[in-house]
Design a binder for this molecule. Structure first.
Ligand SMILES: Cc1cc2nc3c(=O)[nH]c(=O)nc-3n(C[C@H](O)[C@H](O)[C@H](O)COP(=O)(O)OP(=O)(O)OC[C@H]3O[C@@H](n4cnc5c(N)ncnc54)[C@H](O)[C@@H]3O)c2cc1C
Length: 487
């Protein structure tokens, strides 16, 4: 029986250490799987959730792994404010939120999901945001779903979201499907905010068929959670602490010659590396933009599937206010005119529940991105329409927190579209795309080239950390199968 490793404190920079064992408890109590005999090395490109997990699985089976990460830290699109330096983020010392803020993934879907289980096993406290805390906007008014009650337009939008499963296989866009379901223009922003933006784009660009199919595949309890006091990136770093030693940071891979034996990898600085098999876990944007040259070219099955998924602009803005004017019990605000999602990130975890995080994907994110710091003015104006004082003056502009010396507004913009090696938010299915297209996208090539990462998930969780982790399990099995068959 494998002995459970002693719990130890792992240093994790600004986020402070989590007290975690390096392996999942569930793994630690199981009989170890037989070691796989393989003399070669598996190169993993990208050290986000998928890359770290696939490397971890292979490493625990005794297979030699070597990870190449383009950026300066591991985690990919799981990136926490506390883990960033002030050179890149000079606003950090001025932020007053007394809870971890996230630049990328900020919620966990399903307490018993693959990602949720990591937090359960490590006993990391989480906060649940119940649907009763969700507010929706129509007629420039934001109010909780219960307050909209039987308003027919609200009910139509809400039923449309609840019936997503029934659209499995449809070739329509979310917008087209909602219109045929009778959702009025008055509630169109709610549909966009609940059924497109969280999946990576806007309702006219998002295909509903694959979203419906995903709903039929999900097996977790669907709870909507976030970590109460630990940065998500720290949780990943700790969970995969045994893999960090194999990661080479600041090493973007620009070409992979998988026709050669051994396979030859070239990094941006011209250094070459060799490996016997390669797992590519980079964001779909990197592949779609041909930022890695493959020799031979990737087969049509992979590239054809790639074209069926979008990877749009995505932006996160964190705003701190002097006062909560949106309501202490309001967790999320969906569907304003300009911003699909406001998240009251301090709700339930701090008496200072005065922070809003904004997440926008798709064409609207591209517009905000083009505005630079002007995006903050656009967001405040959007909020001012919803929340006013007795003199009809917008509350957001009045209550945005200011730096006491410079009187500058306190906010942080994370523009993922401008972030090298990520270049947007996450993969989403275009109209007509099916879950089987994700399978095609991940088809291994010549038993030596494999694909993992959220875009390649076939478990119904594409576009999320759950999807990235599930793809790692699928991919590790594919690699092991080829090794066991002597391929
Ligand atoms: C703003 C935002 C909000 C989100 N919110 C949520 C959420 O609330 N819940 C949720 O579950 N998910 C959310 N997601 C999605 C989630 O973050 C991703 O699905 C998941 O983290 C992807 O993991 P991955 O390993 O597939 O890819 P990544 O995390 O992107 O990892 C891939 C890695 O490859 C590296 N790379 C790229 N090119 C190269 C190269 N040429 N050579 C070497 N390395 C390279 C990248 O730097 C990156 O580190 C959000 C994403 C964003 C952007």
């Amino acid at each position: 029986m494998k002995r459970r490793q002693a719990i130890r404190r792992i240093g994790m920079g600004l986020g402070g250490g989590l007290l975690l064992p390096p392996f999942l408890d569930s793994c630690a109590t199981k009989e170890p799987a037989p070691e796989i005999n393989f003399d070669g090395t598996i190169a993993v490109i990208g050290a986000g959730a998928a890359g770290l997990y696939v490397a971890d699985i292979l490493h625990t089976k005794g297979i030699k792994v070597s990870l190449f990460e383009a950026r300066e830290q591991i985690g990919g699109r799981v990136r926490s404010v506390r883990n960033q330096g002030t050179d890149a983020y000079p606003i950090i010392p001025k932020l007053s939120s007394d809870f971890p803020l996230e630049l990328g993934a900020q919620t966990i879907h399903g307490s018993d999901s693959i990602f949720g289980k990591i937090f359960t096993d490590y006993q990391l406290p989480t906060i649940e945001f119940p649907s009763s805390s969700f507010a929706y906007v129509m007629d420039n008014t934001a109010q909780l779903g219960t307050a909209w009650g039987s308003d027919p337009d609200y009910v139509a939008a809400s039923n449309f979201r609840a019936n997503l499963k029934s659209y499995a296989g449809s070739a329509l866009s979310v917008l087209q499907a909602s219109q045929s379901a009778g959702v009025s223009a008055r509630a169109a922003n709610i549909v966009n905010a609940t059924t497109a933006n969280p999946y990576g784009s806007s309702s006219e660009r998002m295909g509903i068929g694959a979203l419906g199919e995903n709903e039929t595949l999900k097996t977790h309890d669907g709870k909507f959670l976030s970590l109460k006091s630990n940065p998500m990136q720290d949780a990943l770093i700790s969970r995969f602490s045994n893999i960090q030693q194999f990661v080479q940071l600041k090493t973007p891979i620009t070409s992979i010659n998988y026709g050669a034996k051994p396979i030859s990898l070239t990094a941006k600085d011209g250094t070459t590396y060799t490996a016997d098999k390669v797992i590519v876990t980079v964001p779909l944007s990197v592949l779609k933009n041909n930022l890695i040259t493959f020799t031979p070219s990737l087969p049509a099955v992979n590239t054809g599937a790639m074209a069926k998924f979008g990877f749009d602009a995505c932006i996160r803005v964190i705003l701190e206010f002097k006062k909560n004017f949106w309501g202490d019990t309001t967790g999320l605000i969906f569907g304003s005119n300009g911003i699909p999602e406001y998240f009251s990130y301090g709700m339930g975890r701090s008496q200072f529940n005065t922070t809003l995080t904004v997440t926008v994907c798709g064409p609207r994110a591209a517009q905000l991105s083009a505005m630079g710091d002007g995006a903050v003015d656009a967001i405040l104006s959007d909020l001012d329409v919803l929340y006013k004082d007795a003199n009809n003056q917008g509350l957001a502009t009045q209550f945005i927190r200011l730096d006491i010396t410079t009187l500058e507004r306190i906010y942080l913009i994370q523009d993922w579209t401008k972030m090298d090696y990520i270049l947007g938010g996450y993969s989403y299915p275009m109209p007509g795309t099916k879950n089987s297209d994700r399978k095609s996208l991940s088809t291994p090539v010549n038993n030596v080239l494999f694909f993992a990462g959220e875009a390649t998930d076939v478990s119904g969780e594409g576009g999320s950390v759950n999807g990235a982790l599930a793809s790692a399990e699928r991919c590790a099995q594919e690699v092991i199968d080829t090794i066991q068959k002597g391929l």
